[in-house]
Design a protein around this ligand. Structure first.
Ligand code: RUB
Length: 304
């Protein structure tokens, strides 16, 4: 395996590159790097790129964006010569990355319109798409405040707090278990997504579904910001989304707790009945229209 490809893959596995959108763009970049550095014959090109595909797919299991990015590039691989195949891979990887960044920007613009002046927003984990909405609302001159969870065990909420503070946004970090305590002050919850199933269920960082329940109880709108490559075509045919379970030592040192078992699932599923809207780059949809989006962008997931 090309060491530069391996660097990207291990970066994803070790969560130096994280967040579903970033993971997707990094996977496209890895395929591009493979193509740029490939030196063998044309028959081996297809074989070798499949190995890169399988390696990248093995890095993290939950975010479908990784899979969709890989197939976006591979399904567009064309040509008879190494040069032609190389060019087509580079071109479609660049295209995926460009479309992905444009999607985040559009979500920011569409989503900001949903945020009222004077709002207190609650967000969880660290989602580029959710942050795009919040930052755009602030840049539009809206007076907003943000509560953000620290997001145990990996503490991605720290990145969110710092990003918002840097933008000059009024931000307060809270522990995950304080969400219900603060919900009475919240006007809108905005989170990202790793995968959206065809029934509209949203898979996102562990704890998202609890927040959705609390928001539902308090009648606070619960909004998901997600590019269309977060929708999972495989769920149409009944494939279940695999929930990543990470090592116990992210929670505590197991050696300090003899006789204690640990579980560390890092994503959960929020059912569509707790979701008011999903903001995509194609517009704002009800979670019940997830299947419609999958039909439109089916090419993202289909295997050639
Ligand atoms: C990150 C996470 C984010 C989504 C969406 O989990 O759950 O909410 O990936 O992020 P992890 P984005 O840190 O384990 O990858 O909007 O940036 O794609």
């Amino acid at each position: 395996m090309n060491p530069k490809v391996k660097d990207i893959g291990e970066g994803i596995r070790e969560m130096k590159i994280r967040g579903a959108g970033r993971i997707a763009r990094a996977a496209a970049e890895a395929l591009k790097v493979f193509a740029q550095n490939y030196k063998g014959g044309k028959d081996e090109f297809r074989e070798e790129i499949k190995k890169v595909r399988d390696y990248l797919l093995s890095t993290r299991p939950t975010a479908v964006s990784l899979r969709n990015a890989i197939y976006y590039v591979l399904n567009r691989m064309r040509g008879e010569s190494v040069e032609e195949m190389r060019e087509s891979v580079i071109q479609s990887a660049d295209e995926f990355i460009r479309l992905s960044l444009e999607a985040v920007e559009k979500i920011g613009r569409f989503g900001a319109e949903r945020i009222r002046d004077g709002s207190t927003i609650l967000t969880h984990c660290n989602s580029t798409a959710a942050l795009a909405m919040i930052i755009q609302a602030h840049r539009d001159g809206k007076d907003i405040r943000v509560l953000n969870t620290e997001t145990r065990p990996w503490l991605q909420g720290h990145i969110t707090s710092r990003t918002l503070a840097k933008e000059g946004i009024d931000v307060t970090m809270i522990v995950d278990s304080a969400v219900r305590y603060f919900m009475r002050d919240v006007d809108i919850v905005i989170v990202g997504a790793d995968t959206i199933a065809s029934n509209g269920a949203v898979i996102n960082k562990i704890g998202t579904s609890q927040i959705a329940l609390v928001a539902h109880e308090a009648r606070v709108p619960f909004i998901v910001a997600a590019e269309t490559y977060k929708f999972s075509p495989e769920t149409v045919i009944g494939r279940l989304v695999e929930i990543e379970e990470r090592p116990a030592d992210e929670i505590a040192n197991p050696e300090d707790f003899p006789g204690v078992k640990f579980r560390n699932p890092v994503f959960d599923a929020t059912p569509p009945e707790y979701i008011d809207a999903i903001i995509t780059e194609k517009g704002v949809i009800s979670p019940y229209l997830a299947y419609q989006i999958i039909k439109e962008v089916m090419h993202f997931g289909a295997e050639s």
